[in-house]
Ligand binder design. Structure first.
Ligand code: MCN
Length: 830
């Protein structure tokens, strides 16, 4: 259920309408082609031979049997292709002295993670390439894997890249005392330690490694026919891929066209520039045939980048009356074996969010990125911000326990009151708008916070085997990854602007191009709604084109919940220019002064008369240019590039009621309520869908998912059978609602939504789990809080043996959402 609070302005006809997504019909009825369905005539297929070992010398590659296999065109190592010195780009050198190993297309002398490519087989069909890949015989000499971040930083540790002389990639620091945005954390801690009326609470949290697990595996087709090299790719970033391909492979950028057809999800996992894509480029150029690569699901889970994987040490200081006085954060972030496109910057995207919605006078954040012999990590939905939100929301609960306070009251005492917006935080960001009181009040009411607290008390009193926990997460985030200057100040290698063009066609229809490249977000629908309102044309008359560097040549693509707040505003700016031009043409046609014209509902009217011209008539006049202002160019269209001045700061209050069977450790998510503030809502249906999808991923981190490596560095749960991705049946109904404090930083008042649910939900669940068990002596449980771990934590807290384990209820289906006929709350569970 979603209820929308009264917006502060009257909604215009299209914006605010829960339109069903116009792209869905083609997506769900097979009227589109994903990359793997594109097979130009004469296409050859590749399969990559991957190392089964995490760390090993490559002594030799025997290709003979594979080369003689049916359908095989060739088997190649990096040396065969002449790409030994080619390295994939990292676009975010976070410090001037950052250590960046060369990330090869194929390993030549050493493999650095299980799944790294060593050779590539080219064959007439994908099946033949795959079969032959099994016949490539690679001779390895095993080296010691590097798996633990702290051990990797210790003196004498095995080095992942010996030439770098260290396993440390870089250390990055944000210090409010140094920056002048707040006090010095050392002073805050010293003062708290010396003051009997203050407390210092320290905790270590673990952000386990996650696998993005998008629906459509990664795929690309490189077609060398014609004058341009055409790359079809299941990517989130066609524009970035184009530039990076040309830089990496030494090509002329104008000779490369990238097309991202419909893309089946990404969640950050398709933000990279891939070795396999570059291999296809090299092979297409070499063989002068189209070359295709599509990964299997297992390859995807093993070799596509992973997310999270951090150790967080966090210290909070506060007065005994609850006033927070300082926050000190140190992270270790596992980069894996190489650097992804933005991998080193992911923790930095979180750095500014540890202070969250709170007024904290002193902040220090530092992060050390570490190389290990695991799959590399990079952006995964939220990228840095879920980790930050988890740590601050968990430690706010721990502080509440320390002070004997209700965790909600403690948050209220410390948050930024809405009257104080715009508010510059201790991290140096200026939050433009927000109303934490409003979102929280609505969430508390929907949740029945007081009623559930009473029930919790009762269950504790009765020693009920099923205990109830209430988890709170009052989050904010910075998204709309943009302001180019700000990104530059963080050493990011690209800008943050977005481009759009709006063309009125001869028939009055509208063609819009955007540089944002959706892969499930529904831009075609939401952007059409915006344009329809602004131009006063029917929604159906607007076509949104994207994902092809020839169609929308300028763009910086989709990630960081930026598409609406940056790309959508670029569209608005282009429409503004179209209307400005149309006004001049209308004035000419109506023989009136521009100043006397009013524009409403798609028609220019001479004020005080019934003389008018519809925008479609003006478009036709601009097309034929028969009766036209002399000093104007024919055609009614405009381009715009928009670079915002600030990030977007959505926020919300998420509440979870968690039941725990203390005898089995079974965690049952009984109720989940969230009230999000994403400013003006363009399409409530899309926003609700985004929140739902985000919640599923955030809750899955709390309860189910973890990429597990054994002591040899082998990923042991790299299939969907044992990597416990939840299904809809494993999650409860979500009670979602939105409130709206329009952003003041853009003309639509919009804030991003694409990552909100993921960022907010993980701490809500874990806080709930611990809230249910703390009175039994349980202090912390690492994520995912599976039934096994919960049961063990209870046993250990109670001083009991953990030798006899209960039935393993690790799998999602076993833990959540199962129907219990005796449970009176069942209707809410589903
Ligand atoms: N929207 C709206 N009103 C608002 C905010 C957004 O109607 N106030 C709409 C937008 O117009 C857009 C959608 O909601 O159609 C998401 O908008 P936005 O918040 O701008 O996020 P992006 O489009 O930039 O999407 C990126 C974001 C990220 S970072 C990840 S990761 C993610 C996500 O979106 N991956 C997704 N959502 C996903 N959804 C799907 N189906 N698949 C993914 O891989």
């Amino acid at each position: 259920m979603t209820t929308t609070a009264e917006p502060t302005t009257t909604p215009s006809p299209e914006v605010g309408k829960a339109r069903v997504r116009k792209e869905d019909a083609r997506l769900i009825t097979g009227r589109t082609r994903y990359t793997d369905a594109i097979t130009p005539q004469g296409t050859l297929h590749i399969h990559v031979v991957r190392s089964p070992l995490a760390h090993a010398k490559v002594l030799g590659v025997d290709k003979s049997e594979a080369a003689a296999s049916p359908g095989v065109i060739g088997v190649y190592t990096a040396a065969d292709l002449g790409v030994e010195s080619v390295g994939l780009p990292c676009a975010w050198p976070i410090t001037p002295d950052m250590k960046a190993p060369q990330r090869p297309l194929l390993a030549s002398s050493t493999v650095h993670f299980a799944g790294e490519g060593v050779a590539v087989v080219v064959a007439r069909s994908a099946a033949e390439a795959r079969d032959a890949a099994d016949l490539v015989d690679v001779d390895y000499e095993e080296l010691e894997p590097v798996l633990d971040m702290e051990a990797a930083l210790a003196e004498g540790a095995t080095l992942v890249h010996p030439d770098l002389g260290t396993n440390e990639n870089a250390t990055w620091v944000l210090d409010s005392g140094e920056a002048g945005t707040g006090g010095r954390i050392g002073d805050a801690i010293a003062a708290a330690e010396a003051d009997p009326d203050s407390v210092v609470v320290k905790r270590r949290f673990r952000q386990q490694r996650l696998i993005p697990a998008f629906m459509e595996p990664r795929s690309c087709v490189v077609d060398p026919s014609g004058e341009q090299l055409t790359i079809y790719a299941a990517t989130q970033v066609p524009h970035i891929l184009r530039t990076m391909t040309t830089v990496t492979m030494g090509l002329n950028e104008s000779k490369v066209r990238v097309i991202a057809p419909d893309v089946g999800g990404g969640f950050g996992g398709k933000i990279g520039v891939l070795p396999e894509e570059m291999l296809c480029v090299a092979l297409a150029n070499k063989l002068r045939r189209p070359v295709k690569w599509t990964e299997t699901r297992s390859e995807s889970m093993l070799a596509a980048h992973h997310g999270r994987d951090q150790i967080q040490d966090i210290t909070i200081t506060a007065k005994r009356d609850g006033t927070v006085t300082g926050l000190d954060v140190h992270l270790l972030a596992d980069m894996g074996a190489y650097l992804g496109l933005v991998g080193p910057g992911v923790p930095i995207l979180g750095a500014f969010m540890y202070n969250a919605i709170y007024k904290i006078p002193a902040l220090k954040f530092s992060c050390t990125n570490v190389f290990t012999t695991k799959t590399l990590t990079d952006a995964y939905r939220g990228a840095g911000r879920p980790e930050a939100t988890f740590a601050i929301e968990r430690i706010m609960d721990e502080l509440a326990v320390e002070l004997g306070r209700d965790p909600m009251d403690l948050r209220k005492q410390n948050w930024i009151p809405h009257e104080e917006f715009p508010f510059t935080t201790v991290a140096g960001l200026t939050y433009d708008s927000g109303n934490y009181e409003q979102a929280t009040a609505q969430a508390v009411e929907m949740f029945d916070y007081d009623g559930l607290r009473r029930e919790q008390e009762e269950r504790r009193r009765n020693n009920d085997p099923v205990q109830l926990g209430i988890g709170i997460s009052t989050f904010t985030e910075m998204c709309g990854i943009a302001p180019s200057r700000l990104l530059g100040s963080l050493s990011y290698g690209a800008g943050g602007w977005e481009a759009a063009s709006v063309r009125m066609l001869a028939t009055g229809k509208v063609e819009v191009t955007t540089g944002a490249s959706p892969h499930g977000q529904g831009h075609e629908t939401a952007f059409s709604q915006i344009v329809a309102d602004q131009l006063g044309v029917p929604f159906e008359d607007v076509e949104i084109l994207h994902g092809d560097t020839q169609v929308s040549p300028k763009g910086l693509d989709t990630y960081g919940s930026r598409s609406l707040v940056v790309g959508g505003i670029a569209v608005v700016k282009a429409v503004d220019k179209v209307i400005a031009k149309a006004r001049k043409i209308a004035a000419h046609l109506l023989e009136a002064s521009e100043d006397d014209l009013e524009f409403a509902d798609g028609t220019f009217t001479v004020r005080g008369t019934d003389k008018g011209k519809a925008i479609q008539e003006i478009a036709f006049a601009a097309f034929v240019a028969h009766d036209y202002p002399e000093d104007m160019e024919p055609s009614l269209d405009a381009d715009a590039v928009y670079d915002p001045e600030n990030f977007s700061y959505p926020h919300g209050t998420h509440l979870a009621a968690v039941e725990i069977d203390t005898e089995t450790g079974r965690v049952h998510l009984r109720k989940y309520v969230c009230v999000d503030d994403v400013g003006t809502v363009i399409n409530p249906l899309i926003v609700e869908g985004q929140v739902h999808g985000g919640l599923a991923q955030g809750i899955a981190q709390a309860l189910f998912e973890e990429a597990n490596y054994d002591e040899q560095g082998t990923l042991v749960n790299g299939t969907l059978v044992d990597y416990t991705l939840p299904s809809a049946a494993d999650l409860p109904n979500f009670d979602t609602a939105v409130v709206s404090t329009p952003a003041t930083s853009n003309p639509l008042g919009v804030k991003g939504v694409g990552e909100a649910g993921t960022i907010a939900s993980t701490p809500a669940i874990v806080n709930g789990v611990l809230d249910a068990l703390r009175h039994l002596g349980v202090r912390d449980i690492e994520m995912p809080t599976t039934s096994q771990r919960v049961w063990r934590a209870i046993q250990e807290a109670q001083g009991r043996s953990t030798q006899q384990t209960p039935v393993d209820t690790h799998s999602p289906g076993a833990g959540l959402g199962s129907i219990d006929p005796n449970n009176p709350q069942e209707e809410e569970v589903q």
